[in-house]
Design a protein. Structure first.
Length: 202
Protein backbone atom coordinates (compact mmCIF):
# COMPACT_ATOMS: atom_id res chain seq x y z
CA UNK A 1 0.00 0.00 0.00
CA UNK A 2 2.86 2.35 0.79
CA UNK A 3 4.32 1.69 -2.66
CA UNK A 4 1.02 2.70 -4.24
CA UNK A 5 1.04 6.01 -2.41
CA UNK A 6 4.65 6.62 -3.42
CA UNK A 7 3.91 6.03 -7.10
CA UNK A 8 0.90 8.38 -7.03
CA UNK A 9 2.93 10.97 -5.14
CA UNK A 10 5.75 10.65 -7.66
CA UNK A 11 3.34 11.36 -10.52
CA UNK A 12 1.86 14.29 -8.63
CA UNK A 13 5.21 15.88 -7.72
CA UNK A 14 6.75 15.41 -11.18
CA UNK A 15 3.77 16.92 -12.97
CA UNK A 16 3.51 19.82 -10.54
CA UNK A 17 7.17 20.66 -11.16
CA UNK A 18 6.60 20.66 -14.94
CA UNK A 19 3.28 22.45 -15.03
CA UNK A 20 4.19 25.27 -12.62
CA UNK A 21 6.60 26.80 -15.10
CA UNK A 22 5.35 30.06 -16.62
CA UNK A 23 4.02 29.38 -20.09
CA UNK A 24 1.39 30.35 -22.63
CA UNK A 25 -1.34 28.13 -21.21
CA UNK A 26 -0.78 29.30 -17.62
CA UNK A 27 -0.77 32.95 -18.71
CA UNK A 28 -4.11 32.44 -20.46
CA UNK A 29 -5.68 30.72 -17.45
CA UNK A 30 -4.36 33.52 -15.21
CA UNK A 31 -5.87 36.22 -17.42
CA UNK A 32 -9.24 34.48 -17.58
CA UNK A 33 -9.23 34.12 -13.81
CA UNK A 34 -8.49 37.80 -13.30
CA UNK A 35 -11.28 38.72 -15.71
CA UNK A 36 -13.58 36.25 -13.97
CA UNK A 37 -14.63 35.02 -17.41
CA UNK A 38 -15.47 31.37 -18.18
CA UNK A 39 -13.03 30.25 -15.48
CA UNK A 40 -14.62 26.85 -14.76
CA UNK A 41 -14.80 25.74 -18.44
CA UNK A 42 -11.20 26.85 -19.02
CA UNK A 43 -9.93 25.03 -15.93
CA UNK A 44 -11.91 21.92 -16.88
CA UNK A 45 -10.65 21.99 -20.48
CA UNK A 46 -7.00 22.34 -19.41
CA UNK A 47 -7.37 19.46 -16.96
CA UNK A 48 -9.12 17.18 -19.46
CA UNK A 49 -6.51 18.04 -22.10
CA UNK A 50 -3.74 17.01 -19.73
CA UNK A 51 -5.62 13.84 -18.87
CA UNK A 52 -5.80 12.91 -22.58
CA UNK A 53 -2.14 13.75 -23.20
CA UNK A 54 -0.85 11.95 -20.11
CA UNK A 55 -2.98 8.89 -20.88
CA UNK A 56 -1.63 8.90 -24.44
CA UNK A 57 1.93 8.99 -23.13
CA UNK A 58 1.33 6.11 -20.73
CA UNK A 59 -0.35 4.12 -23.53
CA UNK A 60 2.81 4.42 -25.62
CA UNK A 61 2.20 7.36 -27.95
CA UNK A 62 5.37 9.00 -26.66
CA UNK A 63 7.45 6.44 -28.53
CA UNK A 64 5.44 7.16 -31.69
CA UNK A 65 6.16 10.88 -31.44
CA UNK A 66 9.83 10.23 -30.75
CA UNK A 67 9.99 8.02 -33.84
CA UNK A 68 8.32 10.66 -36.05
CA UNK A 69 9.94 14.04 -35.27
CA UNK A 70 8.12 15.58 -38.26
CA UNK A 71 5.00 15.66 -36.10
CA UNK A 72 6.75 17.90 -33.60
CA UNK A 73 8.22 20.04 -36.40
CA UNK A 74 4.80 20.80 -37.90
CA UNK A 75 3.39 21.58 -34.47
CA UNK A 76 6.37 23.81 -33.71
CA UNK A 77 5.83 26.13 -36.66
CA UNK A 78 2.07 26.19 -36.24
CA UNK A 79 2.45 26.89 -32.54
CA UNK A 80 5.03 29.62 -33.17
CA UNK A 81 2.72 31.42 -35.59
CA UNK A 82 -0.19 31.22 -33.16
CA UNK A 83 1.83 32.38 -30.16
CA UNK A 84 3.25 35.36 -32.03
CA UNK A 85 -0.22 36.28 -33.29
CA UNK A 86 -1.71 36.02 -29.80
CA UNK A 87 1.18 38.07 -28.44
CA UNK A 88 0.56 40.82 -30.99
CA UNK A 89 -3.11 40.95 -29.96
CA UNK A 90 -2.06 41.27 -26.31
CA UNK A 91 0.33 44.07 -27.31
CA UNK A 92 -2.49 45.88 -29.08
CA UNK A 93 -4.64 45.62 -25.93
CA UNK A 94 -1.75 47.06 -23.90
CA UNK A 95 -1.58 50.11 -26.16
CA UNK A 96 -5.33 50.72 -26.11
CA UNK A 97 -6.18 51.81 -22.56
CA UNK A 98 -9.85 52.27 -23.35
CA UNK A 99 -10.20 48.54 -23.95
CA UNK A 100 -8.51 47.45 -20.76
CA UNK A 101 -11.08 48.12 -18.03
CA UNK A 102 -12.83 44.83 -17.15
CA UNK A 103 -16.16 46.50 -16.41
CA UNK A 104 -16.28 48.08 -19.85
CA UNK A 105 -14.99 45.12 -21.84
CA UNK A 106 -17.56 42.90 -23.50
CA UNK A 107 -17.16 39.27 -22.40
CA UNK A 108 -15.70 36.96 -25.00
CA UNK A 109 -17.82 34.11 -26.30
CA UNK A 110 -17.29 30.80 -24.56
CA UNK A 111 -16.56 29.06 -27.86
CA UNK A 112 -13.84 31.60 -28.72
CA UNK A 113 -12.26 31.29 -25.27
CA UNK A 114 -12.22 27.49 -25.41
CA UNK A 115 -10.87 27.50 -28.98
CA UNK A 116 -8.01 29.76 -27.87
CA UNK A 117 -7.34 27.55 -24.87
CA UNK A 118 -7.21 24.45 -27.09
CA UNK A 119 -4.83 26.16 -29.52
CA UNK A 120 -2.51 27.31 -26.73
CA UNK A 121 -2.49 23.75 -25.41
CA UNK A 122 -2.20 21.56 -28.50
CA UNK A 123 -0.18 23.88 -30.75
CA UNK A 124 2.58 24.02 -28.16
CA UNK A 125 5.17 21.33 -28.99
CA UNK A 126 6.49 21.44 -25.41
CA UNK A 127 3.21 20.00 -24.17
CA UNK A 128 3.89 16.81 -26.13
CA UNK A 129 7.47 16.59 -24.96
CA UNK A 130 6.51 17.19 -21.32
CA UNK A 131 3.31 15.19 -20.99
CA UNK A 132 3.28 12.56 -23.72
CA UNK A 133 7.00 11.80 -24.02
CA UNK A 134 8.53 12.64 -20.61
CA UNK A 135 5.64 11.78 -18.27
CA UNK A 136 4.79 8.78 -20.41
CA UNK A 137 8.34 7.46 -20.13
CA UNK A 138 8.50 8.09 -16.38
CA UNK A 139 5.15 6.42 -15.85
CA UNK A 140 6.17 3.34 -17.81
CA UNK A 141 9.22 2.93 -15.57
CA UNK A 142 6.76 1.90 -12.85
CA UNK A 143 5.46 -0.93 -15.07
CA UNK A 144 2.34 -2.26 -13.28
CA UNK A 145 2.00 1.02 -11.41
CA UNK A 146 2.15 3.25 -14.49
CA UNK A 147 -1.53 4.19 -14.30
CA UNK A 148 -1.15 5.04 -10.61
CA UNK A 149 1.59 7.45 -11.68
CA UNK A 150 -0.88 8.82 -14.22
CA UNK A 151 -3.52 9.35 -11.52
CA UNK A 152 -1.04 11.40 -9.54
CA UNK A 153 -0.09 13.36 -12.65
CA UNK A 154 -3.69 14.20 -13.59
CA UNK A 155 -4.49 15.11 -9.98
CA UNK A 156 -1.60 17.59 -10.01
CA UNK A 157 -2.93 19.11 -13.22
CA UNK A 158 -6.42 19.52 -11.74
CA UNK A 159 -5.05 21.06 -8.52
CA UNK A 160 -2.78 23.47 -10.39
CA UNK A 161 -5.31 24.79 -12.90
CA UNK A 162 -8.05 25.06 -10.28
CA UNK A 163 -5.77 27.00 -7.96
CA UNK A 164 -4.45 29.22 -10.74
CA UNK A 165 -7.81 30.00 -12.35
CA UNK A 166 -9.92 30.53 -9.25
CA UNK A 167 -7.04 31.96 -7.22
CA UNK A 168 -6.60 34.64 -9.86
CA UNK A 169 -10.19 35.79 -9.34
CA UNK A 170 -9.06 37.14 -5.96
CA UNK A 171 -6.70 39.51 -7.78
CA UNK A 172 -9.48 41.31 -9.63
CA UNK A 173 -9.42 44.28 -7.27
CA UNK A 174 -5.81 44.89 -8.30
CA UNK A 175 -6.88 45.20 -11.93
CA UNK A 176 -9.52 47.90 -11.60
CA UNK A 177 -7.31 50.44 -13.36
CA UNK A 178 -6.39 50.36 -17.07
CA UNK A 179 -2.73 50.84 -16.14
CA UNK A 180 -2.56 47.49 -14.32
CA UNK A 181 -4.18 45.70 -17.26
CA UNK A 182 -1.69 47.42 -19.54
CA UNK A 183 1.23 45.95 -17.56
CA UNK A 184 -0.36 42.47 -17.54
CA UNK A 185 -1.05 42.45 -21.27
CA UNK A 186 2.38 43.87 -22.04
CA UNK A 187 3.95 41.06 -20.03
CA UNK A 188 1.77 38.46 -21.76
CA UNK A 189 2.64 39.95 -25.16
CA UNK A 190 6.37 39.80 -24.46
CA UNK A 191 6.16 36.22 -23.19
CA UNK A 192 3.99 34.92 -26.04
CA UNK A 193 6.09 36.54 -28.77
CA UNK A 194 9.28 35.42 -27.05
CA UNK A 195 8.03 31.84 -26.82
CA UNK A 196 6.93 31.90 -30.46
CA UNK A 197 10.26 33.21 -31.68
CA UNK A 198 12.18 30.73 -29.51
CA UNK A 199 10.30 27.83 -31.09
CA UNK A 200 11.60 28.86 -34.53
CA UNK A 201 15.09 29.97 -33.58
CA UNK A 202 16.13 27.26 -31.12
Amino acid sequence: METTYLVVLSGFATTMALIAAIGAQNAFVLRQGIRGEHVLPVVALCTVSDLVLIAAGIAGFGALIAAHPDIVTVTTYGGAAFLIGYGLLAARRAFRPGALTPADAAPARLTAVLATCLALTFLNPHVYLDTVVLLGALANEHEDGKWLFGIGAVTASAVWFTGLGFGATRLRHLFESPRTWRFLDAGIAAMMIGLGVSLIVF
